[in-house]
Design a protein around this ligand. Structure first.
Ligand SMILES: [Fe+2]
Ligand SMILES: [Fe+2]
Length: 304
């Protein structure tokens, strides 16, 4: 199924005005930065947790059109649920990267599929949380070489999550290391966390120290996207890319069994039209400041 032959409804919002190709062309042609100098901008697409086959299908269906529409320079997705709802294996990682994603992040289900260890050790563009044990396989961050480098980090929360190192102390240390190594001014954090308060606190903790703090894990897109301080894009949760007829991606009956019978239930993927959710962040790569953040939410047209 291609983007061209599949109708979709685009609920993308950008403040109180519609995004047009025209205004994006103007953005990319340059604007004055805070120093009064003309600068070019970079557009980043961040996609919320991909769940199973419906999520992978949504990425294949919409990513090419999104990249073209928003002149995307770098795009990544959280893929900790991409393989059968839990974890990431080689087949699914390859499918997502072949679809056009530049990098994949993980989270509390990072190692649910053991095959991911080989991918991390083989230097695939996949990130596990930075605040796990120091001997975890894989690299702590990824540097994407584009017009100017972008540093991507996957950080795990501590509230109602598996116990890893304190995320505030951990990111503090890693940001110092990244600055000392002069790896780049654009730093994007996928903060994979459960508690809204912890995510919001992290946004303020990193305000004007990184380009973006983007929440993942809860699979429900929040409507609180904003710029913190002078240039840190923030959203509590990017949302989910997967089946709409589900409980955060899981089959409804299977999920209800778990809650009403209080018995373990096999993880089954939900069904229904696919959704793709995330955000587009526009950055000034010379100073690393975000200029805007806009939610993206696409859903397959159920009338087709
Ligand atoms: Fe998660
Ligand atoms: Fe998830």
């Amino acid at each position: 199924m291609t983007t061209q032959n599949k109708k979709f409804r685009n609920d993308t919002k950008r403040g109180d005005r519609n995004v047009s190709l025209f205004c994006l062309v103007l953005q990319c042609s340059g604007e004055r930065n805070r120093h009064g100098l003309y600068s070019f901008l970079m557009n980043i697409l961040a996609i919320g947790d991909i769940v199973g086959q419906p999520g992978r299908r949504a990425v294949e269906m919409w990513l090419p059109a999104l990249k073209a529409q928003y002149s995307i320079d770098f795009c990544f997705a959280n893929a900790e649920n991409a393989s059968g709802g839990l974890g990431l294996d080689e087949k699914c990682a390859r499918q997502l990267l072949d679809a056009g994603l530049d990098a994949l992040t993980l989270g509390n289900h990072a190692f649910a599929k053991k095959q991911v260890i080989e991918l991390l050790e083989a230097d695939w563009p996949i990130l596990r949380p930075i605040n796990g044990p120091s001997d975890w396989p894989g690299k702590p961050y990824l540097v994407h070489a584009g017009k100017l480098p972008i540093v991507l980090i996957n950080l795990s929360g501590s509230v109602f999550m598996d116990s890893l190192d304190d995320p505030f102390q951990a990111i503090d240390q890693w940001l110092k290391s990244i600055a000392e190594q002069k790896l780049g001014k654009c730093v994007i954090i996928d903060f994979h966390a459960e508690a809204t308060a912890e995510k919001t606190a992290m946004g303020h903790f990193l305000k004007d120290r990184v380009s973006a703090v983007l929440g993942t894990h809860t699979h429900v897109q929040t409507a609180d996207e904003r710029i913190l301080g002078q240039g840190t894009a923030y959203i509590t949760d990017l949302g989910m890319t997967g089946p709409s007829n589900s409980v955060i991606g899981m089959n409804i009956e299977s999920s209800l069994r778990r809650f009403t019978k209080r018995l373990p239930s096999r993880y089954e993927i939900g069904d229904g039209p696919a959704v793709l959710q995330g955000a587009v962040i526009t950055l000034d790569p010379l100073c690393g400041q975000a200029r805007s953040i806009s939610r993206v939410s696409l859903q397959e047209d159920t009338t087709v």
